[in-house]
Design a protein around this ligand. Structure first.
Ligand SMILES: [Zn+2]
Ligand SMILES: [Zn+2]
Length: 296
């Protein structure tokens, strides 16, 4: 099969029924990345951006693409949750890319910051891990004086998050999705941006391979049975019949956005002493850390 440029194709976009060759796909990914940043003003007035790098395909690709933007200073932050047989490998690939791009790499560990690692606690792993990881990212980015945190969420992740919060009935979290989540500013809270959010996961993998970006293939051993995994399987099933399902879910959310912004501004948000937005006095992360420490 041939790309529209005439070269032989390596990728078929079933949602638009078109074939792409390597260079055309790479160009398309870069264009979407830049367009997302420009259209949503993700780095407007930013001087220093902290990129959350796990060492996997998405965040390594994000760091690689961000490094092409000369107007901002970058630092890379990796969180080491202390998960045996997984994190070591991913941290190595993050380190390798940072060295190649000449970007400062900071590894922050649960063990050192909280006094426990994920492997050492007996909890519903995924829900704790995600909250605590975000908490540390925010704390570290703030410490380094970054004004944004860029995370590697792709379009498939976003569609999953939309459905996940829908199913959980979590309106609060649902309102905070999107390329640059709508949050009232607070000096200790560093806003997150998702420059890859309009790019499909499989195209990020292809882009990483086409551009020789190193990445680790390991996936977290605790993720096999979580709720997100069920949603992933559900979307796969729907997509086999409706190839544009993921794109439509994300578009639907974007169309809903103006209405969500209106209602979000009416909700009063407090800030925890750590800087995270929360509904009560303490944020989820601070409560979790207290819980775990008390049980030990
Ligand atoms: Zn082509
Ligand atoms: Zn807190």
């Amino acid at each position: 099969m041939k790309c529209i440029c005439g070269k032989s194709a390596i990728h078929y976009r079933d949602w638009e029924k078109k074939f792409y060759c390597g260079p055309c796909l790479s160009r398309h990914v870069e264009r979407t990345f830049k367009h997302t940043i420009r259209k949503s003003e993700l780095i407007k007035n930013s001087k220093k951006i902290a990129v959350a790098v796990s060492g996997g395909k998405d965040s390594n690709t994000l760091l690689y693409l961000m490094s092409k933007i000369k107007a901002v200073e970058l630092i890379a932050i990796s969180i080491d949750e202390g998960i045996a047989g997984y994190r070591k490998q991913t941290l190595q690939s993050a380190k390798k890319l940072c060295n190649r791009l000449n970007i400062e790499h900071n590894i922050i560990s649960f063990k050192k910051e909280f006094g426990f690692s994920m492997d050492s606690i007996d909890k519903n792993y995924c829900s704790y891990c995600g909250v605590l990881r975000r908490h540390l990212l925010n704390k570290t980015a703030h410490k380094f004086g970054a004004d944004k945190i860029a995370v590697g969420h792709n379009m498939d992740d976003e569609a999953q998050s939309i459905l996940l919060n829908f199913i959980r009935g979590d309106m609060n979290r649902f309102q905070r999705l999107g390329v640059s989540p709508h949050v009232i500013s607070n000096k200790k809270f560093v806003p997150r941006i998702k420059p890859l959010r309009n790019i499909r996961e499989k195209e990020i993998v292809l882009y990483a391979m086409l551009n020789r970006i190193p990445f680790a293939h390991a996936s977290c051993p605790y993720s096999a049975h979580n709720q997100r995994r069920s949603i992933m399987n559900f979307i796969d099933k729907i997509e086999s019949e409706y190839p544009d399902a993921v794109i439509q879910i994300v578009r639907f959310y974007d169309n809903l956005r103006p209405m969500l912004n209106k209602s979000a501004s009416k909700v009063k948000i407090n800030f925890c002493q750590c800087g995270e937005p929360c509904s009560g006095k303490k944020c989820m992360a601070c409560r979790m850390i207290e819980d775990i420490r008390n049980e030990r």
